[in-house]
Ligand binder design. Structure first.
Ligand code: ADP
Ligand code: MG
Length: 353
């Protein structure tokens, strides 16, 4: 009840918007299920809100609004700041469009940043807000990557503790928030909330094959039936324990870790090729390493060297995320307790100078 009353009051006092309040700006993205624009508020007096982002979504927009509302109450730091969502029924689209509004977090996704030749130093500059002018080297790259992984796992832990599995974790859906100088997760369009059975029926066609874990369904197909609202709250923590659906996102996050350590894997074609190799090795990273390391390029070798620093604690974390069996993968919370994160990250590094 408390949750209900709070949510109601919060809604009552939050500003509401309609179609004419927005002036469309640059197009930021276009997928099969919606178009995303940078927008400004038409009314200059309310323009102190700053830039916003608008997603015009098809029928799945309803679920995405629900997910964003839940996230902004339960784990607000995990995802981009959600402002408002509504059904815009005056549009020409049959059945109307769902309009979703967020705060504009920043210009760059992790994908944009990773494609730069400067990565990971460009990220260091954004997180610290200044040039460090330290000698570049493997140790320093490792600390930057470690800091990014920590922020990503922290955001994932928030979602998972709320009962939400994102299912589309990839660098394109991780945005650098210029305000908080941290990475946040975006795009809850394929997310599923197992505790209340929202979007329980897997929309497998929404998933990105480049980053998906080998299991096709995140819940065992033997799980009797989709939980329906009231029962589900009591029932599904058990289902959660049985199926560990959060480990689906952990696999994807592990692939992002791989891409950060091995620059070659940042292109689509090489990532796809890597996925094939890994499949051939039975999704066993240790096995994969044995097959590629003997004839590895200097660049690939550098990636292994980075993960082997400090007694191989990076490699240990990576291999506990990218595993065939979901049950054998670490959770986000457990990953954050790995020795890899005991080392001082970026911020400490700058204080020590
Ligand atoms: P989709 O992938 O379904 O097209 P996303 O929600 O991933 O939609 O958004 C598309 C793109 O828009 C993102 O990759 C990002 O570049 C940009 N974007 C989305 N949300 C924000 C935000 N809150 N702040 C800044 N940019 C955003
Ligand atoms: Mg996206």
């Amino acid at each position: 009840w408390d949750m209900f009353v709070l949510a109601f009051l919060e809604r009552l006092f939050r500003p509401t918007f309609r179609k004419d309040d927005f002036v469309l700006g640059k197009k930021l993205g276009e997928g099969a299920f919606g178009v995303v624009y940078k927008v400004a508020l038409a009314n200059k007096s309310s323009a102190k809100q700053g830039d916003l982002v608008l997603k015009k979504a098809t029928e799945y927009g309803a679920v995405e609004i629900w997910m964003n509302e839940r996230v902004r109450r339960a784990c607000p730091n995990s995802c981009a700041d959600f402002v408002y969502g509504f059904l815009e029924s005056s549009s020409k689209v049959k059945g109307g469009e769902y309009w979703l509004i967020w705060r504009f977090e920043g210009e760059a996704t992790l994908s944009d940043l990773m494609l730069s030749k400067e990565f990971p130093y460009n990220v260091e500059r954004m997180i610290l807000g200044e040039d460090q002018d330290l000698p570049k080297g493997l140790e320093r790259e490792n600390r930057i990557i470690q800091t990014i992984m920590r922020q990503l796992l922290f955001a994932l832990d928030g979602l998972h503790s709320t009962g939400i599995v994102h299912r589309d974790i990839k660098p394109q859906n991780v945005i650098f928030s210029e305000g908080s100088r941290t990475f946040k997760i975006i795009d809850l369009g394929a997310a599923t909330d197992l505790r209340v059975g929202i979007n329980y029926i897997p929309k497998e066609f929404l998933l990105d094959p480049r980053y998906t874990a080998p299991e096709q369904y995140i819940m065992s197909t033997q799980t009797p039936s989709a939980p329906s609202a009231p029962v589900a709250t009591a029932l599904s923590p058990v289902l959660w324990q049985m199926n560990l659906p959060d480990r689906f996102d952990i696999y994807s996050a592990g692939l992002i870790f791989m891409q950060m350590a091995f620059p070659a894997l940042r292109t689509d074609s090489n990532l796809i090729q890597f996925n094939r190799q890994l499949k051939r090795c039975g999704y066993d990273l240790v096995e994969w390493r044995k097959t590629v390391e003997p004839r590895a390029s200097p660049e690939l070798r550098k990636g292994f060297e980075l993960l082997d620093l400090d007694g191989g604690i990076g490699w240990e974390l990576l291999t506990s995320m990218v595993r065939y069996k979901a049950r054998q993968r670490t959770s986000a919370k457990a990953a954050l307790a790995y020795p890899y994160f005991d080392r001082e990250g970026l911020l400490r590094l700058s204080f020590m100078q």
